[in-house]
Design a protein around this ligand. Structure first.
Ligand code: DAT
Ligand code: MG
Length: 148
């Protein structure tokens, strides 16, 4: 089954949005396979965002990610990468639809509350980076009520 990496950024943690965000992924029917609250070092944040290292906002982005604890998660389900991105909303919160996490809870692009993998390939890279010891192998008993 497909998995994605989701991270609640420091602003989401500080603003008390952890429960709300987890709730949206849970209610959709996705399954939580990994979860940890952690602070990351600069080098780790740079590694996570290495594809953006040439961008002018890279320095500020890294400062933001290391500015406080984040919640790292692995969510599993059919189409979870693309649908997770839909739940999250557009990168710029002012362009995100209401009903999405960024659309409902954020304004500035540099304080957009949450990260989600953009492809199955980057999800597996990010899960390996953030969960080097693996995730939890379990299946929800409601699985047959969500999938036919
Ligand atoms: P996303 O997080 O939607 O996958 P991304 O991978 O292109 O977006 O960029 C990673 C983060 O970098 C994004 O969540 C916010 C920040 N960012 C992206 N584009 C930016 C820009 N033009 N100015 C400032 N920050 C930006
Ligand atoms: Mg991205």
């Amino acid at each position: 089954m497909e998995q994605t990496f989701i991270m609640i950024k420091p602003d989401g943690v500080q603003r008390g949005l952890i429960g709300e965000i987890i709730c949206r992924f849970e209610k959709k029917g996705f399954t939580l396979k990994g979860l940890k609250l952690m602070s990351v070092e600069r080098a780790f944040a740079e590694k996570h965002y290495e594809d953006l290292s040439a961008k002018p906002f890279f320095g500020g982005l890294v400062e933001y990610i290391i500015s406080g604890p984040v919640v790292a998660m692995v969510w599993e389900g059919k189409g979870v990468v693309a649908t997770g991105r839909k739940l999250i909303g557009a990168t710029n919160p002012l362009a995100s639809e209401p009903g999405t996490i960024r659309g409902d809870f954020a304004i500035d692009i540099g304080r957009n509350v949450i990260h989600g993998s953009d492809s199955v390939a980057s999800a597996s890279k990010e899960i390996a980076l953030w969960f080097p010891d693996g995730t939890v192998n379990w299946q929800s008993t409601v699985h047959p009520w969500i999938y036919e």
